[in-house]
Design a binder for this molecule. Sequence first.
Ligand code: PHE
Ligand code: ZN
Length: 883
Amino acid sequence: MRTDIAQIVRLEDYRPSDFLIDRVALDVRLHPTATRVTATLTLRPNPLGRADAPLVLDGDELNLKALALDGRALPAGAFEASPQALTIAQPPRRPFNLTIETEIDPTSNTKLMGLYRSSGNYCTQCEAEGFRRITYFLDRPDVMAVYTTRIEADRDEAPVLIGNGNRVEGGAAEGTNRHYAVWHDPHPKPSYLFALVGGRLGRVGRSFTTMGEREVDVAVYVEPGKEDRAGYALDAIERSMRWDERVFGREYDLDVFNIVAVSDFNMGAMENKGLNIFNDKYVLASPETATDADYANIEAIIAHEYFHNWSGNRVTCRDWFQLCLKEGLTVFRDQEFSSDERSRPVHRIAEVKALRARQFLEDSSPLAHPVRPTQYREINNFYTATVYEKGAEIVRMLKTIIGPEDFRRGMDLYYERCDGTAATVEDFLAAFADVTGRDLSHFSRWYAQAGTPRVTVAGTYDAAAQTYRLDFAQSTPPTPGQTEKEPMAIPVALGLVARDGRPMQATCDRVSANGVFLLDKATDRLTFTGVSAPPVPSLFREFSAPVKTTLDLSNEELLVLLRHDGDAFNRWQAAQSVALRLLVARSKGASVADADVAGTASALRAFMETDAPADPAFAALVVTLPSETDIAQEIGSDVDPDAIHRARRELRRRIGQACIEPLRRFRESLAESGAYSPDAASAGRRSLRNAALDLLAAADAALGERLAREQFESAVNMTDRLAALSVLMTLPGEARETALDRFETRYRNEPLVLDKWFMLQATIAEDATLERVMRLMEHRAFSMSNPNRVRSLVGSFAMLNQRQFNAPDGSGYDFLADIVLRTDELNPQLAARLLTSFSSWRMMEKTRQSHAKNALLRIAGKPNLSRDVGDIVARSLEEHESR
Ligand code: PHE
Ligand code: ZN
């Protein structure tokens, strides 16, 4: 049974596999409920393994039909088969072939792992441990084999058949109306990168010539009739391929590169070798159905999966503890790509907002874990913001510390050394240590120590000596299993800003030429000389390290940074810090001097009048207040989401009122002209114009409603239509309901657009929202078995509607617990993800805490929980000393 939650896998227990598999020949005869899989594995004992070990192949819900060794059926006593393992006690101690026949039912596979059907099409998902749901195997990433896959299907049911690698053969098969295709992938790979697809699919494609003059057929497969929405994705593939050649010198290595979009998918997408499979939400886009944010996500995820071809596939992971080796590095690579394709500072701000909202939250929760965990009960629960996003921040810090040239040299060495192998974090760091001659052992603590470090900085100016001193102190809070923390190696990119905006001529020999100081002790001190006037320190430029900062700057000083800092990230950060200070005080019920509110509003007004027009995308970020979750995190304990909501609404109103004129001018000057284009500059203009709408509505509800209704009716793209609708969500009444009805009618046959409609309604901050969500679950377009639907309605309610999910009567928690329990029976991965919305429960005030705890205990008490949900609920309830 997979329900035994006791089994813990530990990094320290790693040992090489006792057997290796060199080749895999698969014959898959697709059938809706009885697919036959014949796997011929070419095995041999691993010289690094135990000499007398039995052969134990992994399985999961498998049904063995036949078994032969070197072509001869194995006698019943020679093996043991259960749904989760196939054991041969005395296998040959020489190379041998094992032929295994299994039968699987893709139609009833609601977990969406292994072979399943989505809208009638066959597809697979094997990461992390899904291949064992197709055939018995050594389903671990350090067992790498060359795969040849024959796929056979009914011609009408599946005219398109695709596998990994290159297509080598195909034609008519035995039986009425059957056909087949054979695919061969010459690159040895772990089983988690295996994939096949069979179905009725439309195709758009083009040819790409690599830097080594190799012709690659690039194609995107989508639901027939949606080909006209695949163009942007296709274009993003080409740009990604070019970028990886130019920036990292990495060339593609097969004759074809295919992407298939499916409607039922647990994650964003999957980097299977030569055959990426995508959640269709991250492929399909047209101006009428996708927002600017959708376009940006598509570009980023296409790039991410493509980049995995080198960081993940050519160099893969030795074991699942090394997940960040491929994910952190690949997120870093896709972030750099998006920064190059768009605006670097704007993209960096978006990354940091996401990091704080998801990773900092996780790091301060009962689910906190190191970027490289040391143990797990269910690996699916470690595809987290910490592994992905903090993992990417570590790579970014490494580059900041050693500089771009050495970083590139280190990457080249890593690829050269580790190509074709299953590597570890140590292998990765060794490449950089070797090219720089640096000792990176202290730096490597970032992989091992969980929790977000806090850096406290105090500045002192000495007018007589013309010096400026910065005193640093760092500490990291306890996290589950780690009570004592060591100091981290923290790169601090910094500069001094003069109050009048002129550049400062200060020097300090501990700051590198590129402006970086490495804080690697618990406390340290920097002294700048030649400082002619008291400066304002600008620290952690470009967010040079994933830390929280306590810096004693006055509002005036922060506003100097907003106006004059040469680092755009810190200009944005300064505005956020000023606002956050007010919001936290108000949320805690403290009184706030009216002058502070007025001062902030007028600084923002000045910003809008002078700076905003030059960079609308950046301006939109500056004028958007910290989110309710940002505020809750900053408060940290005894949180009252109602008070936070009120405080934020009130400050938006005050700012909106103080800025009516510039906001109205943005509405005019940024009005859309010409055809829609998803490029960053056009998207930036739309985002400022829509941020202005939001603030105007906060200032004057009647005005806001009129403007939003007009925009909703006249919009010619989804970005503007949805922005208008989302402003209407904050304004109760007839207009809102009418607009929702019209939206529904207009997009009744567009599931991905209806997801937006579900999402907006789930985020309405009012008390009736839970009832609305329950009603929407009965909507004909809603389905508990489709992860996109569930996430947009239920997930949005739990993750984005702080007020109603955390309703003081516990109704939000109870609802979520019910959904988690229902979902767990169909799709445990989806259920476990929904359950992570409880991760902030200990931060809440007492009444809410006790309701949340009861809901969690109710889940924990249910018999036969999946390992996925069982693990998350157990860790969520565990007591530890983190607060
Ligand atoms: N490896 C995928 C990615 O990040 C994520 C994924 C994990 C997809 C597990 C499906 C299942 O790119
Ligand atoms: Zn990835």
